[in-house]
Structures are given as C-alpha cells and as structure tokens.
Design a protein around this ligand. Structure first.
Ligand SMILES: *Cc1c(COP(=O)(O)O)cnc(C)c1O
Length: 395
C-alpha cells in the first residue's frame, strides 16, 4: 500500500501532460530563439503555452515570463521590483507566513538596506487588508501577499489587498503557487501586478514556472545573458517543460470545479473522521472551508511529535509532511504555525495531509485507521500524555 497525501509538496505529472511534452525531447528539439524551422517549431509550441497561461489567469501572452519555478518567480518579482523602484523608496510589505522563497528574499533585501514589514496574521492565518493599508508608507514600493498558504491552506483576501495596492499606486505581487488549479484567479479583476506559479504544484513537470508581470510595471531583469523573454530573463527556454506547464494549466483550469469538489469531499471526510476518532487534536488554518485549499488538512496532535507520526505513517505506506516540505529535516517548529498562535509543543506535533486528484475514499479510511492507532501508540509512550492522564484520574 502506497498512499500519497503530500500533494502540496508536489504532484505527479498528469499522463496527458507528459504526452504533450514528449515530442519536444525528441523530434522538436530546436532552440526557440533560432531562426530556422527547428527553432520556429519550438517557438510555436512556446507561444501556445504562453496563450494557455494567459487564458488561465486573464492576462496577455506577452505578460507571461517562463522561469525555472516558483522560487525563481518569487525572487525575481520581489528583487526585480524593489531594486527598480528604489529611488522612490525602499519599503516592502509582506506577511509572516509567506513561503521561504518570499521571506528569505525579503531578508536578503533587508541586508541591502531595504525595510520590510512582516504583517501578523490571525489565528486562522488570514492577513487583514486593513493592516496592509495601515502599513503603507510614502516609501512603500511593493506589497507581496500569497494567494494560498502551503502549510495551512488559508486563502487570502487577495482581491481586497489588490484593490488597496492599486488605490495607493503600489505594485502588488502574489505567490499563487498553491492556488493555481484550486482558486479562481483573474489578475485584472484582482488587481494583481505580478504573480508566481510553478507547474509541479498543478500536475505539470518540475523545474518550470511562470512570472506574470503586468505590462508597464517596471522591474529589473533577473538573469544577465541572452535576450530571451523580451530581454527580461536570459537562458534557452525549456521547451518540454513549458509545453507541459501550458497543458497542465489548461487542464487545471478546465477541471478546477470538478477536481475541487472531489478533493474537498475526501478532505472533509478525513477531517470528520479524525475529529470523531482521535481526541486532543486541533485543525490548523481556516475553519471556513470556502476560504481554505480544498485538499489541505493540517493537524496538531497533542502530547506527541509530528516527526514520530510521520515516520510511523511512512512505515505504513502513507506519505505526509510535518510542517512543510521545505523545513522538514530541521527540528525547528513551523514558523507558520507559531504565527497563528499554535503553542510551540503543539507546533512540534503537527502534520500536513494534502489530498490530490488521484486519492480515493478507501485511502482516507485506511489513513484515518493507521493514524488513530499511531497516535494512540505514541501517546502511550509519551510522558506528557501520562502526566495529563494521571492528573485527570486524581482530580
Ligand atoms: C512550492 C512553493 C514554492 C516554490 O516553488 P518551486 O517551484 O518548488 O521553486 C513557492 N511558494 C509556494 C507557496 C509553494 O508552495
């Protein structure tokens, strides 16, 4: 039995996406910048992908820049805007629960003399648009707030934040890596100036992403070299990856409602069963499930360690994540959970279950059964749990 409940870390490549990519490894191997027909064939495919992305988020094809993934798109958006606008000011607004690709980029800019406001979030992980507005200063040049959080699934009020940024003529970037395929995104309606995405989070290949940048928004180029991507992002285009991303986003948007309904049913059943069968648990993140990623369930299990749960589930063939994939391996508790006020011992006992389009109800049942036994077993060994039990017995 192998059950994959880590779809927020990455997804498998959809077979239809893989099929679309294959010819671009073999017959159509030209360099999209070449002037002969090998190059033109590649360019036609790249332009098609550009249109598929543009249709998915309602932008123009020439506002789409292909990158190596979500991390590059976030780095480029934030550094590219901050540095291009540094004459106007050096202040950036973001939140405390952004992905490390955003937080670490902001920290680099702080070392270069920029100032960053990291906004608090509430106990469900929401950024308050009023707090965004209150943080704006005359020298603010960029607001970067993620569309949906990778650990706790909270979907931010991006439209309201976009409207505030627009009213103050400040550039607005959103990391939508977790949101593509899950959340309805329209960069015009939502006043989004820059948006990051990554194909491997929506059933496309790894190592390819997009930065959307509204025309007219000034940004520095990211890499020096050739004149690819309208002289903004050097390096030979990854034709197979780009073709895969285009196909994947087309499928993700076409099937969004059907996929979301199915995935949400699995997640809701999982949550109901965990709540009913395991005592002393807390579901972290948005409690209004209309404002939460459909596949996300992040739980804290009192008295025990997330790492121990993860390892025992792994032995049972169930793949989950403790904290986020990016911080696993480190013993630091998740900064996202600490930011929403989860006590440090409970943050240590947390697991993210993220459901995807190939999971089944049988997998949910099997997982809840193994999880319930695992938690019971680990609590039996836990001195914390023994103490609490002892107290209760003698009150
Ligand atoms: C996965 C992820 C990233 C990084 O994307 P890569 O393509 O893996 O570099 C950035 N932001 C969020 C919210 C993510 O979930």
């Amino acid at each position: 039995m192998r059950i994959y409940l880590d779809n927020s870390a990455t997804t498998y490549t959809d077979p239809e996406v893989l099929q679309a990519m294959l010819p671009y490894f073999t017959e159509v191997y030209g360099n999209g910048s070449s002037q002969h027909f090998f190059g033109r064939e590649a360019l036609v495919a790249i332009d098609k992908a550009r249109e598929q992305v543009a249709a998915a988020i309602n932008c123009r094809p020439n506002e789409v820049y292909f990158t190596s993934g979500g991390t590059e798109s976030d780095n480029w958006a934030i550094k590219g805007i901050a540095r291009a606008h540094s004459k106007k000011g050096k202040h950036i607004i973001t939140s405390k629960i952004e992905h490390p690709a955003v937080i670490k980029t902001c920290e680099t800019l702080e070392r270069e003399g920029f100032e960053v406001t990291y906004l608090d979030v509430d106990s469900e992980g929401f950024v308050d648009p009023g707090a965004v507005e209150a943080a704006i200063r005359p020298d603010t040049t960029l607001i970067s707030i993620m569309t949906a959080n990778n650990e706790i699934g909270t979907i931010q009020p991006v439209r309201e934040i976009g409207a505030i940024a627009r009213a103050h003529k400040i550039v607005f970037h959103t990391d939508a890596v977790q949101a593509i395929g899950n959340v309805d995104i329209d960069v015009v309606r939502d006043n989004i100036d820059l948006l990051s995405m990554s194909a491997h989070k929506f059933y496309g290949p790894k190592g390819v992403g997009v930065l959307y940048k509204r025309n007219g928004v000034k940004a520095e180029r990211f890499m020096d070299g050739g004149e690819q991507e309208r002289n903004m992002r050097a390096s030979t285009l990854n034709t197979p990856g780009i073709v895969g991303l285009g196909k994947a986003i087309e499928l993700a948007v076409r099937d969004r409602e059907a996929n979301n309904a199915r995935i949400r049913e699995l997640r809701d059943a999982f949550v109901a069963k965990v709540n009913a069968s395991i005592p002393d648990v807390k579901l972290n993140g948005a409690l209004d499930f209309d404002r939460r990623l459909p596949g996300n369930a992040n739980y804290s299990f009192k008295y025990i360690e997330g790492e121990s749960i993860l390892m025992r589930l792994d032995l049972a063939g169930i793949a989950v994540s403790s904290g986020s994939a990016c911080s696993s391996g480190s013993l630091e508790p998740s900064y996202v959970l600490l930011s929403i006020g989860v006590p440090i011992e409970m943050a240590h006992g947390s697991i993210r279950f993220s459901f995807g389009k190939s999971n089944t109800m049988q997998e949910v049942d099997y997982t809840v059964d193994k999880l319930q036994k695992t938690v019971e077993f680990l609590r039996e060994l836990s001195p914390l749990f023994k103490n609490v039990q002892g107290e209760q017995r003698y009150v």
